[in-house]
Design a protein around this ligand. Sequence first.
Ligand SMILES: *Cc1c(COP(=O)(O)O)cnc(C)c1O
Length: 416
Amino acid sequence: MISRNDCIQMDQADDLANLKNEFSLPDNVIYLDGNSLGARPKAALTRAQEVVTQEWGMDLIRSWNKAGWFDLPSRLGDQLAPLIGAGRDEVVVTDSTSINLFKALAAALHMQAAQAQTASRRVIVTERSNFPTDVYIAQGLSRWLDRGYHLRLVDAPEDLHAAIDRDVAVVMLTHVNYRSGHLLDMKTLTAHAHAQGAMMIWDLAHSAGALPVALNDANADFAVGCTYKYLNGGPGSPAFIWVAPKHQTQFSHPLSGWWGHATPFTMDPRFTPDPGIRRALCGTQPIVSLAMVQAGLDVFAKTNIEALRRKSLALSDLFIELVEARCAAHPLALVTPRNHAQRGSHVSITHPQGYAVMQALIARSVIGDYREPEIMRFGLTPLYLGFTDVWDAVEVLRDILDRQDFNANQSRDAVT
Ligand SMILES: *Cc1c(COP(=O)(O)O)cnc(C)c1O
């Protein structure tokens, strides 16, 4: 059995351990929720002060040019691209994941409707357990189009293959499931969707910055994702949208605002889309929040995603092993796959009183979160977590369970 001393030695041998110094975290907190809101890079505060006092305060409107505000969505997109296996001029950081998904899905449906072989297709495939906003956006767009589009909700990852047939216009999947932590095989599923004549959209909310993603290698069509989770861009920081190079001159979406125009400042009443990825933009961006994304991305320049993935899997292996060994007497069940090829960077465990147990953990500064039904989520973020943190977190969990030190009757907060 692994001891706490073994974990201390693992931290001492860990080449990535010093990356924790890039972040500002409260003392004595073990933060296991980087999958939901990443920790604050120290540089974010300096950057915020610079944007607010100098760029906004002193340079005022001149900053759109002088501080490069106008180009920021593309510059950040280029900085992010290597983390998701994309190239230059293929990604912009803008809007929210929900909105970007709307744009990508609308664009994909439109492209399918324009081709004789796929024009009659009306099925959009996704997982029933997908993050609800993804499902809601697809339902909302389908209803709004009023052309008979409808969702085929698949219940288990192993049923996806059969569900993607020649009736399907678009497959829209989340790479790592927010609840189970299940990682899908992007390359195989994309190839299968294409073989059936469907287009493929990937939501990378729980994979960008957490594990290597290879969009171009997988030959995907569109992708979206968050920057406030593993990319540490700050609460509600703008999301990203990627469009495959082969689609860039063809794709169009309904939110054709002036930032997507080829020459916004000609103030032309006719919309001429930007020739490239900037046509995915809509309107003026939240610059203060957008600027924080850079502080998050800069940290990744100090390491590489393969090394982060190795450590993430080592942390989650350790977490699973310790929970099973030390909390064996309690009604816990592992939801996340043990197989590395199917595991993201968080571990989900059920307990009949999952919400209450999580609240007890948070009260003792071990911060994870709770998702219905019964699921406690523990994000194992290699940038700022060590092996000893994992040991200590499991020790607190064991103590809470052994002493039944949780309140099963407490009311729920608005955010769980
Ligand atoms: C976190 C998450 C979102 C969040 O979407 P917002 O528009 O930022 O609220 C969307 N989809 C998935 C799969 C997520 O995990």
